[in-house]
Design a protein around this ligand. Structure first.
Ligand code: SF4
Length: 333
């Protein structure tokens, strides 16, 4: 279900924009669809035709996403395996401090060399309602990152609908909505044109165009320099720094030369760099660098004036790196 379809259905039932706002706000806050201020009880404000349709609508929304496995992690996060109404599965992660990471596609067409999700190719797009339903699977959310399975740029209109809904009716601060992309040039004008402008995380992974191309084989062919230029323009337009993502792969993109390249590209930019130690996976040959080397890189970059943090993928203690729960679920469901 798309949110635009839901709005259209409600309009056909006789709902005015004020009624639709109220219903969407109630849904995204996890309340009954007819909830509202006591002095404006549904019986007084919602048209009868709309009220009569709400139970069936509530059931359809409830069926959009169901948590079938929950794997808590000592870091305070929990990795969720979520079943969609058609029986497909996606993963989302409940993050510490009231955050959630959601999937935007079943599978992914980018095929990043270090990612299990990329191995399954794209199976289907998630509709905006299914993206929002994952948010509702994690209680009291104040931050949503679109970094689960899938490339949000390849499902841009559904992701933008979900972002608008969370910012307008879900009450989530716009800078706490984080759109993540391998760097599709189409996203920059589209996100700037939206009513709700999210923060942006861009996958960099290498400062060498050829290595980056081999790590992200089906990503748009944009040079690291052009990507950072586009990111800088977006950061200046929105007032939020870009988060550059760098999955650390031992012997691949952790050289002194790469660090010098990062310094060259990001110095003076309105940006921060997240170094993400690779989450080792028996199905893939990559390894993460030693912890002391990661700490030394982080210090080196911070000293050079690049705001750098080490970010561990949430939920890695449960052997649930992105795509692993779902790939196991293909056997068990
Ligand atoms: S890392 Fe993200 S963009 Fe790359 S294949 Fe995996 S899900 Fe797709």
């Amino acid at each position: 279900m798309r949110i635009s379809q839901l709005q259209e259905t409600l309009t056909q039932l006789g709902a005015k924009p004020v009624h639709i706002d109220r219903i969407l706000r109630a849904w995204l806050k996890g309340r009954p669809l007819d909830a509202g201020p006591r002095k404006h009880a549904a019986a007084q404000t919602l048209p009868l035709t709309v009220r009569a349709a709400l139970p069936e609508l509530a059931q359809s929304l409830q069926n959009l996403a169901t948590v079938v496995e929950r794997h808590p992690d000592p870091d305070g996060s929990a990795r969720l395996l979520v079943r969609l109404a058609d029986g497909q599965h996606v993963e989302s992660v409940q993050l510490p401090k009231a955050g959630v990471c959601v999937s935007t596609q079943v599978g992914c067409a980018v095929g990043c060399a270090f990612c299990m999700t990329g191995k399954s190719s794209l199976l289907r797009q998630l509709q905006s309602g299914e993206i929002l339903a994952q948010v509702l699977c994690a209680a009291n959310v104040k931050r949503v990152v679109f970094m689960g399975m899938g490339e949000p740029a390849h499902n841009l209109e559904n992701v933008c609908e979900a972002i608008d809904a969370l910012g307008i009716w879900g009450g989530i601060g716009h800078k706490n909505l984080v759109f993540s992309s391998v760097g599709d040039p189409r996203i920059f004008p589209r996100l700037l044109a939206g009513r709700v402008k999210p923060a942006l995380a861009l996958s960099l992974h290498s400062t060498h165009a050829s290595l980056r191309r081999s790590l992200l084989p089906k990503a748009p062919d944009i040079s690291p320099e052009a990507l950072v230029d586009a990111g800088e323009a977006y950061a200046r337009a929105t007032g939020y720094p870009i988060q550059y993502q760098w999955t650390l792969l031992a012997g691949i993109n952790d050289s002194e030369e790469e660090l010098a390249g990062i310094e060259r590209l990001l110095k003076g930019k309105y940006a921060m760099l997240n170094l993400i130690p690779y989450n080792e996976n028996p199905g893939l040959a990559y390894q993460r660098p030693a912890l002391h080397a990661i700490v030394a890189m982080t210090r080196r970059l911070n000293r050079a004036g690049i705001l750098t943090r080490i970010r561990h993928s949430a939920g890695q203690e449960v052997e649930g790196g992105c795509g692993q729960l779902r790939s196991r679920s293909q056997v068990s469901y």
